[in-house]
Design a protein around this ligand. Structure first.
Ligand code: KIV
Ligand code: NA
Length: 264
């Protein structure tokens, strides 16, 4: 299948079509979502939460993101694969951002990077774009700043709405190929989508964005506990896996597995 490229996402916006994005952190998830027609796979730094068991995205490193990226790019034949620049890998300077992104592309094989932050990172976005590195901007609630933002909170309410629009415009003008918005009021996300030529992606941002993203374990019902309002579970994979593991354990303990048909 022909690879999805950034211009296909732009074409979707131009044509008034939507597209879907899911996180992926390993080969099988990448392969399954790619076969399902998901246009964009995100090697999110949410691997910190969803694979490594941390409570924030802060600890994950470029070296770790490269391992997940390699797995996903090995598994995805068609999807555009985007990797997060993890906390601490781009804030110091545009040069640092280029260095980290080059590693993610060269060693991880990803096609684009995503970076958290508003208009103050316009110079960094410009430097990346100039270096031939497609960059997706991530604004609104930015999990790497959760300690500065005071926890998971909706961003862009009231007077902050114009700030969010200004951030999106500045980042798009600097060369971002797409603007992702997390936890912003639906009407503000719609205004951002109108304000920029490039496609937008939402998570907790209503349905007027060009694309939508979810963490795959949230989408498929792997994670337990209270879910954020923006999550919809499209399956109950946790129950399916738990039932399979329980049945396997019982058959091993009661001696029915392996049977003669599984033996040499
Ligand atoms: O890391 C992540 O999963 C993200 C999202 C936008 C879902 O950045
Ligand atoms: Na992320």
């Amino acid at each position: 299948p022909a690879r999805i490229r950034t211009h296909h996402l732009q074409q979707a916006k131009n044509d008034g079509r939507r597209f879907a994005m899911l996180t992926a952190y390993d080969q099988y998830a990448a392969e399954i979502f790619d076969d399902a027609g998901i246009e964009v796979l995100l090697v999110g730094d949410s691997a910190a939460n969803n694979v490594l068991g941390y409570t924030t995205t802060l600890p994950i490193t470029v070296d770790e993101m490269i391992i997940f990226s390699r797995a996903v790019t090995n598994g995805a034949a068609r999807a555009l694969v985007v990797c997060d620049l993890p906390f601490g890998s781009y804030e110091i300077s545009p040069a640092q951002a280029i260095e980290s992104s080059v590693r993610l592309m060269k060693e991880g094989g990803v096609h684009a990077v995503k970076m958290e932050g508003g208009r103050h990172y316009a110079d960094t976005v410009r430097a990346l774009a100039t270096a031939g590195i497609p960059v997706m901007a991530h604004i609104g609630f930015t999990p790497q700043s959760e300690h500065a933002l005071g926890g998971y909170r909706v961003q862009g309410r009231g007077d902050a709405a114009q700030e969010l629009i200004d951030d999106a415009v500045a980042l798009a003008d600097a060369g971002a190929f797409c603007v992702l918005m997390e936890m912003v009021p639906a009407e503000v996300a719609a205004a951002v989508d109108r304000a920029v030529r490039v496609p937008t992606i939402g998570i907790g941002a209503g349905n007027s964005t060009t694309g939508q993203v979810l963490v795959w374990q949230d989408m498929a019902g792997v994670r337990t506990g209270r879910q954020p309002r923006f999550v919809k579970q499209f399956a109950d994979v946790r129950s399916v896996l738990a039932a399979a593991a329980t049945a396997y354990g019982e058959e091993v303990r009661n001696g029915t597995f392996p049977g003669p048909e599984h033996s040499f």
